[in-house]
Design a protein around this ligand. Structure first.
Ligand SMILES: Cc1cc2nc3c(=O)[nH]c(=O)nc-3n(C[C@H](O)[C@H](O)[C@H](O)COP(=O)(O)O)c2cc1C
Length: 363
């Protein structure tokens, strides 16, 4: 009997046990020296919560994100290749999100089409795209997503080029990562039939990055909510808003793009100060526990997204594994809110946090 999954770390261990090493490293790894990957998690540990006594709150985790009522302020981040991790794939993840009362963002490269997701998982659905393929391809995808009933579009700005994933290179997996037999080895072969091994050439693939003009163009093309993902500087959040974004996601791609980019929690205050009164601000990167969610909300995030935590859960046990991860976040969020003395996410603010080591830091 495997030990129970009580934490994200447990799910990670389980994923490591069941996945081929190349696939585990593809999920788990970051860019270059993995400095930003580590910093994301560390940033949460450097913030302390200031619990209030003398209150006995009846906690309700409900919130809204871009008009959607969610049961808790935790969404599933877009993630490519999840079909390789478990046959339940993106559909399983989206079903788990729906059963937890939240939503999952479908990655353009999740190996699941918008139509397939919409047909097999309850909404609301959000679709994430990147710049590959240019405006024609973007327009085609936007139309498909809209026709499939998607109402949110998440535009990822932090590539190309993709980050330099040294773990992948050591396994002979070269960008752009494709569903290769090397990655899929021993699992889900049926789901990646016909996939070919990735080019052995390596190097940088020169393709264009999205600009703010592209975002303004998408604002015209797309009738639903528009979310810009990958913002790390206040001025860029302003540019995203001015181009028509309804929300920004403070994200460094989970430390998978520019290594040396700041931990997302550390730049959240700058971005909230820049656009927080006009735009919803979401955050991802390094969220592993309910207390991390609470800290991000105290600093002004409306909600967070989790990437690896749900992918580990998916690898460990398919859709029920993702449900397990979301239920851990839900249960622990209720506990943490009660312990800090708050009834709802809306009550959290900067008065409820401080530096974990204020005296040593001031030296
Ligand atoms: C395996 C994997 C695949 C990802 N694929 C995408 C993707 O296709 N599009 C995207 O915008 N972000 C992608 N991301 C980044 C996530 O959306 C998110 O920003 C990041 O995982 C958050 O950090 P966390 O993993 O520490 O929670 C991916 C992340 C991982 C781990």
């Amino acid at each position: 009997m495997p030990s129970p999954i009580l934490t994200v770390a447990d799910a990670r261990r389980r994923a490591r046990g069941v996945l081929p090493r190349a696939l585990f490293d593809y999920i788990d790894g970051g860019a270059d020296g993995e400095v930003t990957l580590a910093a994301n998690e560390r940033a949460f540990r450097e913030v302390a919560l200031r619990p209030r006594m003398g209150v006995d709150p009846d906690v309700d985790l409900g919130t809204t994100v871009l008009g959607h009522s969610l049961a808790m302020p935790v969404l599933l981040a877009p993630a490519g290749m999840v079909q390789l991790v478990h046959p339940d794939g993106a559909v399983g993840a989206a079903r788990a999100a729906a059963s937890a009362g939240t939503l999952a963002v479908l990655s353009k490269i999740a190996l699941c089409s918008p139509e397939e997701l919409a047909a097999n998982a309850p909404g609301p659905h959000w679709f994430q795209l990147n710049s590959a393929g240019g405006r024609e391809e973007v327009k085609r995808l936007i139309t498909r997503a809209r026709d499939a009933g998607f109402d949110g579009l998440v535009v990822t700005m932090d590539g190309p080029p993709p980050g330099n994933h040294e773990r992948d290179l050591r396994h002979g997996v070269v960008p752009p990562v494709k569903p290769t037999p090397a990655l899929a080895a021993r699992r889900q072969k049926a789901t990646v039939q016909g996939a070919t091994r990735v080019l052995g050439s390596g190097g940088l693939h020169r393709s264009s990055r999205f600009t703010w003009a592209d975002i303004a163009w998408m604002r015209e093309e797309w009738g639903g909510s528009l979310v810009v993902k990958g913002v790390l500087v206040g001025a860029d959040a302003v540019a995203a808003r001015d181009a028509g974004a309804d929300a920004v996601i403070v994200s460094n791609h989970g430390g998978r793009a520019l290594d040396g980019a700041p931990a997302t929690l550390t730049v959240l205050p700058e971005i909230v100060a820049a656009v927080g009164d006009t735009t919803e601000v979401l955050l991802d990167g390094g969220v592993r526990r309910a207390a991390d969610v609470v800290k991000a909300l105290c600093l002004g995030a409306r909600a967070v997204l989790i990437g690896r935590p749900f992918i580990y859960g998916l690898a460990a046990a398919g859709q029920p594994g993702v449900e397990r991860i979301l239920s851990i976040f839900h249960t622990e969020l209720v506990r943490v809110l009660r312990l800090v003395g708050c009834e709802s996410p809306a009550e959290l603010d900067t008065s409820m946090i401080q530096a974990m080591h204020p005296w040593t830091e001031s030296k």
